[in-house]
Write a protein that binds this ligand. Structure first.
Ligand SMILES: Cc1cc2nc3c(=O)[nH]c(=O)nc-3n(C[C@H](O)[C@H](O)[C@H](O)COP(=O)(O)OP(=O)(O)OC[C@H]3O[C@@H](n4cnc5c(N)ncnc54)[C@H](O)[C@@H]3O)c2cc1C
Length: 391
């Protein structure tokens, strides 16, 4: 015997919880299923345990997708201010950390508790800890087996996210289901992920722990934030951001000392000919990094002894220091998965698959990937809201 509902939501992460709560509060009978022993595990570890739950600068151009227009509708109908209203209604204290990123003052647990309370207000049945079994569609109803039980509903919401951080329970189920129901999948890849450097760049890997502000560039994308050298390569916000745009074989450049005006090294030579390049670079960069940069530039000694041409070449290299990563640290370290269920088959207003009535895709499972800094949760809330209102 199957239990019957109006909707079954697969995945009790950010998007699944909010979608279930939204539909439940509209009077729909909703079953929310997750194989993990606990809901919202990624929310709990997000933002260093404080959950960067939205970004006030949310705009469609801060998302990567095969269809740049897809996210517009949902994002415009459920905004950061809307989510913030709910956070404040629950008395959760928050602050803006940097670049529009809003964090809890206390703990990410407060966000999960809020979402669970919203589900309870909507009468949502939450079931965790059992593996999902067969998922079928017949006679206008979806049937989902879980543990020793089964449920049916005319609506099924895929909210199982992407495969990043498998140890948190992430799987590729969303893509398997998409293929089963005839939806295309844009090749998934790790994003917001540290990049690895080949052996030839061992000097930079020796800088593990050194961090400095740069402008990281790849193709047309550019991010000004901190870069961090690691024992495997490059990380830090600027690199995580650029990793989402990076494809194997491409060069990532970092601009060191991004505030220096053009010609600054020649000016320094004129003003302080006795100063060494090491000293001048050390005025804006960590010492260990300066050592490696000077070694790579092949320049040492006083500025006055260097030709203007050599200084111009050094300056140009510092402004576009090239790194050719040989890979990334993969799904084990990726904050998100880029790619995913092709939005071409989905309604941007409701997240419903146009050719599969009653099938909805929300959150990271879809081919919509935000920048670092609260954008991914905002997409989870907005897409979940759109589907929750349409079920
Ligand atoms: C370390 C880390 C920190 C992050 N910090 C931030 C941040 O501060 N701000 C931000 O905006 N974004 C952050 N993100 C990204 C953000 O967590 C995700 O984009 C967001 O959680 C996606 O929501 P979702 O509901 O689509 O998927 P998820 O939150 O991943 O939820 C998917 C759910 O589906 C369940 N599931 C998966 N497979 C199955 C299966 N086979 N059967 C049953 N259930 C299944 C999972 O257990 C999970 O509960 C962070 C990510 C990581 C990994």
């Amino acid at each position: 015997m199957s239990e019957t509902y109006d909707a079954i939501v697969l995945g009790a992460g950010a998007a699944g919880l909010f979608c279930a709560a939204t539909a439940g509060q509209r009077g729909k009978r909703v079953l929310l299923l997750d194989h993990a022993d606990q809901v919202g595990k990624k929310i709990l570890i997000s933002g260093g345990g404080r959950c960067n739950f939205t970004n006030i600068h949310t705009a469609p151009d801060r998302y990567l997708s095969g269809n740049a227009h897809f996210a517009k509708s949902a994002l415009s109908r459920y905004t950061p201010a809307d989510f913030l209203d709910m956070v404040e209604a629950y008395g959760i204290a928050w602050h803006e950390k940097t670049l529009g990123q809003l964090f809890c003052d206390g703990s990410a647990k407060q966000i999960v508790a809020m979402l669970l309370e919203e589900c309870a207000r909507g009468g949502v049945t939450v079931h965790c800890g059992d593996a999902l079994g067969e998922i079928d569609h017949a006679d206008g109803h979806y049937r989902v087996a879980f543990g020793a039980r089964a449920a049916t509903a005319p609506a099924l919401v895929i909210a199982t996210g992407g495969p990043s951080i498998p140890k948190m329970g992430a799987t590729g189920l969303a893509y398997d289901l998409a293929r089963k129901f005839g939806l295309k999948v844009v090749q998934p890849r790790p994003a917001l992920v540290p990049l690895t450097l080949p052996g030839a760049e061992a000097l930079f890997r020796d800088l593990s722990g050194v961090s400095t502000e740069v402008v990281a560039r790849c193709g047309k994308a550019a991010f000004r934030e901190a870069a961090l050298f690691t024992h495997r390569g490059l990380s830090g916000p600027a690199i995580l951001q650029i990793s989402s745009y990076w494809q194997r074989g491409q060069t990532v450049t970092t601009q060191f000392l991004p505030d220096r005006a053009e010609g600054w090294l020649k000016d320094a030579k004129r003003e302080r000919p006795r100063a060494s390049l090491r000293k001048v670079l050390g005025e804006g960069l960590p010492e260990r990094l300066v050592d490696v940069l000077c070694e790579r530039l092949g320049l040492s000694g006083e500025l006055g002894a260097m030709s203007d041409k050599a200084l111009a070449a050094a300056e140009a290299k510092l402004a576009r220091w090239p790194f050719v990563p040989d890979g990334s640290e993969g799904y084990a370290k990726a904050e998100v998965t880029a790619g995913g269920i092709d939005t071409g088959a989905l309604s941007s207003k409701t997240m419903e698959a146009r050719k599969v009535p009653g099938l909805f895709v929300v959150g990271e499972a879809a081919d919509v990937t935000g920048w670092l800094g609260g954008y991914n949760f905002q997409w989870a809330w907005a897409s979940a809201r759109a589907a929750g209102l349409a079920i």
